[in-house]
Design a protein around this ligand. Structure first.
Ligand code: GLA
Length: 639
């Protein structure tokens, strides 16, 4: 009854809201970021419709990379069958360059380490190496920096494979040369991917030791990793945008991959998804359990920011060393499972020439690779959350769910997995297939499962969806893009595990969370990670976001959109009013009156037949103080 009544009032409201909207859209483009566009704005260029897979030299060799090591791992990728399973990229990280030639600014390769690069006329080229990799059916990736200098120049403790020559010759980064370098790397040398680091715009402040000592030219930092308010977000974004444009220009076939590496700084969570294929969410991973937790946490709550074409990157796999070596198979399997569930890029960081079979078997687990490479592109969302134990669930293209039970701590957990966690019906059987052992089992309503310390049990689950005729939006984050997420100033995410960083140990004051992300759009939680509640009514499913915001939703074949919307009870300001608008391909199809905290959830039910892009807008009437969390309760696409 309520629904029917509301549809009528929504129609009446449309007229008023439509008039209002005309005034807003009449303003120049960009002036009103909440105005509907009718478009999907997340990154689609490049070739990362699925999370990229491959190998990267950094974790195994740091700067001491050479051709033998690289080709050794490339050959093993083929010989072990990993290439056939999807591991295609062979990426060179820092350490490959010798200098920037003064006469013409061309980058010169460290040819003593890459013999095939030695040119006849003294100008080394990577073309023979990329030709070789391509002939092996592989893809080749290279590494550079946004600034003038690279990370190893900023942080390396020894001289190993650092650029040489005068100060100007050692300026090997993209700054001031991005078009020239991208052309060289992609057109002349034939690379297929580039990782662009950010140390050059972060670590060379005028008062930094290496600048004061005369080694490097000062670069007033655009990124300040210790103070979120001091990063120049538009400037950082503009530098990446230039690279994005050069890549498109020099790769007309669209076969390229851009990896952003600014470690979750400069609020990259909110815009990296529009600029590149993968985007790092934290500082470097280390082969330590605690550090893996930090990197995992930096990406796991950002499911809505990952889609086919652009993925969260919690850094490369460190399986093969330390806590993830062959003596720690439980930890190594957990690390792999978590990365697979998060749709993280799967870049092996081990020296494959010496990697034991037990670890190769982990990289080669086809069931887990299939979760990572599932066509629907839904990053797992958190179905159960505590500090020590989590349950992650991921909706797969065929309607199955993948579920991972992750024991972060040192004691065995007697867990209970429920049909509710899976958003499956509690009165129907659920079947599970263990993706490490192959064992099958089934349950109705709930099932007890023991999870050993640091173990992640992972299953493919089949069952009857809670919604018989559709899917909640929080079950399909891959079709949701927070185009405008309402975050005005980036705030550090306090939910990230604070590990002892390997590079600093316990020097200094310890870790303070510095990865911006707090307040972003969330699946099944408010932007500040509370349960979703409108006027006392709880929603197990829904999207939480701040007003003012605009969510883009891709629709493939659904005919109805339903939701119950309102200001979330967690809003600090009870007087702030918010109106909710729903657009189909740019046209207003429903809206609500202004709502305050405490106003009962307003049901919305509209036809979206033949609508390709739905936009959900929450518009606050002038946010005065605290941003207002709003809830799109039970928001769903239905048939
Ligand atoms: C940074 C990146 C690493 C690696 C190094 C190379 O630290 O985060 O992944 O590329 O630089 O110096």
């Amino acid at each position: 009854m309520i629904l029917k009544h509301y549809i009528i009032s929504a129609t009446i409201l449309c007229a008023a809201a439509g008039a209002n909207l005309k005034a807003q859209t009449a303003s120049p483009r960009g002036a009103d970021s909440l105005a509907p566009t009718g478009h999907w704005s997340a990154y689609q260029a490049g070739s990362a419709q699925l999370p990229p897979m491959g190998w990267n030299s950094w974790n195994a060799f740091f700067t001491e990379i050479d051709e033998e090591k690289l080709l050794g791992s490339a050959q093993r990728i083929l010989a072990t069958g990993l290439a056939e399973k999807g591991y295609r990229f062979i990426n060179i990280d820092d350490g490959w360059w010798l200098k920037r030639r003064s006469s013409d600014g061309r980058i010169i390769i460290r040819a003593d380490k890459f013999p095939s690069a030695r040119g006849r006329k003294g100008t080394p080229s990577f073309r023979p190496l990329t030709d070789k990799l391509h002939a092996m059916g592989l893809k080749a990736g290279i590494y550079s920096d946004l600034g003038r200098n690279s990370c190893s120049q900023a942080y390396s403790e020894g001289p190993a494979q650092l650029p040489e020559g005068s100060m100007a010759e050692r300026e090997v980064g993209l700054y001031g040369h991005s078009d020239q370098d991208i052309r060289l790397y992609f057109v002349d040398w034939g690379f297929d991917a580039i990782k662009v680091d950010g140390c050059g715009i972060r670590a060379f402040a005028p008062d930094s030791e290496r600048v004061l000592s005369g080694q490097f030219r000062a670069f007033p930092p655009l990124i300040d990793q210790h103070s979120l308010t001091r990063s120049d977000i538009p400037a950082v974004r503009a530098l990446f945008w230039d690279i994005n444009q050069s890549l498109a220009k020099y790769n007309p076939d669209g076969d390229y991959m851009l990896s952003l590496c600014i470690w979750g700084s400069a609020n990259v969570r909110s815009w990296g998804k529009d600029v590149g294929s993968i985007s790092r969410t934290s500082d470097d991973i280390a082969p330590e359990w605690g550090r893996m937790l930090t990197n995992f946490d930096s990406a796991v709550s950002r499911a809505l920011y990952a889609h086919p074409g652009g993925w969260n990157d919690p850094d490369m796999l460190f399986i093969g060393k330390g806590d993830f070596d062959a003596n720690h198979l439980t930890e190594a399997r957990s690390h792999f499972t978590l990365w697979a569930m998060m749709n993280a890029p799967l870049f092996i960081g081990a020296d494959l020439r010496t990697t034991p079979q037990a670890l190769l078997d982990i990289f080669g687990n086809e069931e887990l690779i299939a979760l990572n490479q599932d066509a629907a592109g839904n990053q797992a969302t958190i179905a159960f959350d505590t500090d020590g134990f989590q349950i992650l669930v991921k909706t797969l293209a065929n309607g199955d769910k993948a579920v991972a039970l992750f024991n972060r701590g040192p004691s065995t957990v007697d867990a209970v997995l429920t049909a509710d966690h899976l958003k499956f019906r509690t009165d129907r059987a659920v079947t599970l297939q263990d993706l490490w052992t192959g064992t099958k089992s089934n349950f109705t309503r709930e099932m007890k499962l023991q999870v050993a310390p640091r173990e992640t049990r992972v299953f493919r689950a089949k069952g009857d969806h809670l919604l018989a005729d559709g899917l909640y939006l929080s079950e399909q984050p891959g079709v949701v893009n927070p185009a405008v997420d309402g975050v005005m100033e980036p705030q550090p995410d306090p939910n990230i595990y604070r590990s002892i960083p390997g590079w600093r140990g316990t020097r200094g004051i310890g870790e303070r969370p510095m990865y911006a992300g707090w307040g972003g759009a969330m699946a099944d939680a408010t932007p500040y990670n509370q349960a979703l509640v409108i006027a006392g009514q709880s929603f197990a499913s829904g999207l939480g976001i701040l007003a003012n915001s605009r969510l883009e939703i891709r629709n493939q074949g659904f005919t109805r959109f339903t939701a119950k919307v309102g200001v979330d009870d967690s809003a600090l300001d009870g007087n702030q009013t918010v109106r909710f608008f729903l657009y189909g391909d740019g046209k207003l199809i429903a809206s609500t009156p202004p709502m305050r905290r405490g106003a009962p959830a307003q049901p919305l039910e509209v036809s979206i037949k033949e609508v390709a892009i739905i936009e959900l807008v929450a518009r606050a009437d002038g946010v005065k103080g605290n941003a207002v969390p709003v809830t799109w309760g039970e928001a769903a696409l239905r048939y």
